[in-house]
Design a protein around this ligand. Structure first.
Ligand SMILES: NC(=O)c1ccc[n+]([C@@H]2O[C@H](COP(=O)([O-])OP(=O)(O)OC[C@H]3O[C@@H](n4cnc5c(N)ncnc54)[C@H](O)[C@@H]3O)[C@@H](O)[C@H]2O)c1
Length: 340
């Protein structure tokens, strides 16, 4: 066990960069932020001020080359991840990278090869595994509490679409949004998906369709062990962030509900109701974001394997590519078909 605090450099001071910086600055005494970089220097400067970060670097490369930094957090847009992973690995830095690793399996394989050569640790930001609701569902599967899983349903709807500029750089709904659900499916069932079938449309916002993307989708999953799953996605749910799962097993079922800012129930002569669920990922998954960084910090300091490794980053991308191909070709697609 290494007593020294883990010295971290953050690359990207946007939405998720801010979430992680706040965890490191205010909730995780085993780590400290040494430096932050963003191509938008004002964003990095504002984050440094907010979180007491001592240095604003000129670039990601400056952070990667900084000998005083043990690990980097890659929180820049997806298109930058694979190259930054390779550079950071070559510089001997441990790496926490946001999802997804890249848009193509070839780019992922090159990044993972660099990580393997360097022998550094890599964790991918599939934070939902650390959410206590979903962890409880996983426990019900591993313990046999609900028997053998038969059916799995994941509902994952955002409150509102991100800006169209974000959509254009995101790689599309399957690589950007459904990617969390592909990871969740593997995590909960503990087996791999062999075939997917997608039906989808751009039903929320015409601009998303014009950008070549989709905003509403159902992806049907068939696992190797026979489990059948569905993922139900929409970029807009007027009542807030809708994040639920249900698994039916041979001996029972387990289901999770949304999380709420309060548990008050209002009863009147007309209806009984409660307030809307927590609005979006920053509020709904705060606990899981903190726990994933705590796990990363512990694994690096203690030299243990990270809980969400490179292959866990690669397989959901293969699932996303297969889901898009299924939509394009109107047919079930096996994951083996998207392998290079
Ligand atoms: N795990 C999650 O729940 C979650 C949530 C949101 C986003 N993400 C992922 O995080 C990544 C960033 O998403 P976001 O929503 O924070 O985007 P964002 O656009 O809010 O922030 C990205 C930031 O990176 C900066 N940037 C761009 N290129 C850079 C470079 N080369 N070096 C340094 N900074 C650079 C931008 O100026 C911007 O400030 C995406 O890959 C996304 O998929 C994950």
């Amino acid at each position: 066990m290494n007593d020294k605090r883990l010295r971290i450099g953050i690359i990207g001071a946007g939405r998720i960069g801010r979430v992680h910086a706040e965890t490191l600055a205010f909730r995780l005494p085993e780590a400290e932020i040494a430096s932050v970089a963003d191509v938008n220097r004002a964003a990095a400067t504002a984050l440094a001020k907010r979180c007491g970060i001592p240095r604003v670097a000129e670039s990601a490369e400056e952070i990667i080359g900084d000998k005083g930094i043990d690990a980097v957090l890659i929180c820049s847009p997806t298109g930058t991840h694979a190259e930054l992973i390779a550079q950071a690995a070559e510089a001997g830095k441990h790496i926490f990278c946001e999802k997804p690793i890249a848009f193509s399996l070839q780019a992922i394989d090159a990044a993972l090869a660099a990580v393997n050569r360097a022998g550094v640790q890599l964790q991918i930001g599939f934070n939902r595994r650390f959410d206590s609701n979903f962890a409880r569902v996983r426990k019900a599967v591993t313990s046999g509490e609900i028997g053998a899983p038969l059916l799995m349903h994941i509902t994952s709807r955002d409150p509102a679409p991100p800006p169209i500029e974000y959509i254009r750089a995101s790689g599309g709904i399957f690589l950007d949004m459904t990617i969390h659900d592909f990871d969740m499916a593997r995590f909960l069932i503990g087996d791999e998906v062999e075939e997917v079938y997608t039906t989808a449309g751009a039903r929320v916002d015409e601009a998303i369709g014009e950008a070549g993307d989709l905003d509403t989708a159902v992806v049907l999953l068939r696992f190797r062990n026979g489990v059948i799953g569905t993922i139900d996605n929409c970029r807009k749910a007027p009542y807030g962030y809708d994040q639920r799962v249900e698994i039916l097993g041979s001996e029972g079922k387990i289901a999770t509900e949304n999380r709420y800012p309060n548990e008050a129930v209002v009863s009147t002569g007309k209806s009984v109701y409660n307030d809307l669920p927590l609005n979006f990922f920053m509020d709904r998954y705060t606990e899981s974001f903190a726990l994933e960084l705590a796990a990363f910090t512990t694994c690096v300091r203690e030299g243990k394997p990270t809980p969400v490794c490179g292959i866990d980053g690669r397989i959901p991308v293969a699932m996303a590519l297969a889901a898009r191909r299924s939509y394009d070709e109107h047919r079930p697609v096996k994951l083996t078909e998207v392998e290079a």
